[in-house]
Design a protein. Structure first.
Ligand SMILES: Cc1cc2nc3c(=O)[nH]c(=O)nc-3n(C[C@H](O)[C@H](O)[C@H](O)COP(=O)(O)O)c2cc1C
Length: 251
């Protein structure tokens, strides 16, 4: 869908199949300042809204921020981060505390952290200042021209979160087709009171995550990091008869 991209330099590489979108989507953490036209954002949101949802409830809501509105939110969030170091109570249980993660997630999480902080950024585990400096960049959406905050109706919470996940993935894939990149960001939920106040989020909505959207800075070292995946056999159980000679694909 190259007709959806503005004539910016360098030309973004767009995905033209679902498989390409899946394979080229990755979390981008450094963006070019190139603006994303509003009609393109609306088109991506319209595509994402085609996602399935429980009984077609479509419980999602998206706050789209750019320019001064985005900057003001970032400043508010940085003030909150600087005031309390980021230690906040979340609106709902999101993930275990750092010490209570279980295997295999503990090791995968560790591996991700080492890959990002030590191998990509050269920040070792003891360098709390360096880690915080990187973490802080979450709140300016890693320099993306567009920041989104995805919220969902808390009624009923579990199905709403599933639906929001589908919406989020669809949005990220549609972005790839337009030559855009994204980073989903749960960091934002640490400051849900700031988001609530700033964006006037109603009480019956909860914050799912943020999303940075823009054109990747392909030369930035942060965007050279690639995460790995477990092979299909690690997370799949087939029940039923296997046709003779067929095998589970190794990847
Ligand atoms: C719901 C969700 C929240 C995330 N929150 C953050 C975040 O706050 N900051 C960040 O840099 N990455 C965040 N990520 C990105 C993950 O670290 C990333 O998806 C994972 O390591 C796999 O890498 P990939 O997206 O490059 O394939 C989040 C991803 C998801 C799905």
């Amino acid at each position: 869908m190259n007709d959806m991209t503005p004539s910016s330099d360098p030309p973004p590489v767009a995905a033209s199949t679902v498989a390409e979108a899946l394979l080229t989507r990755r979390s981008v953490r450094a963006f070019l300042p190139t603006p994303v036209p509003r009609d393109l954002i609306e088109r991506l949101l319209a595509l994402a809204a085609r996602s399935a949802s429980n009984s077609n409830c479509q419980p999602w809501h998206v706050h789209v921020l750019s320019g001064g509105a985005k900057r003001r939110l970032t400043e508010d969030l940085w003030r909150a981060l600087d005031a309390n170091g980021g230690a906040t109570v979340r609106e709902y249980p999101y993930q275990p505390s750092p010490e209570s993660w279980r295997e295999p997630f503990r090791s995968r999480r560790h591996c991700f952290g080492v890959g990002l902080y030590r191998d990509t950024l050269g920040i070792d585990a003891a360098n709390t200042e360096g880690r915080l400096a990187h973490h802080r960049r979450n709140y300016d959406f890693f320099g993306a021209p567009v920041g989104m905050i995805l919220t969902v109706s808390e009624h009923p919470l579990a199905s709403g979160l599933v639906d929001a996940g589908l919406f989020l993935q669809a949005l990220m894939l549609a972005a790839r087709q337009a030559g855009l990149d994204t980073c989903p960001q749960a960091s934002f939920i640490d400051f849900y009171p700031v988001l609530r106040r700033h964006l006037k989020i109603p009480d019956d909505q909860i914050t799912v995550c943020g999303l940075a959207l823009g054109y990747a800075d392909q030369h930035h070292r942060l965007n050279h990091y690639r995460t790995t995946r477990e092979p299909v056999r690690e997370f799949t159980t087939f029940h039923g008869d296997e046709p003779a000679g067929s095998q589970v694909s190794p990847a």
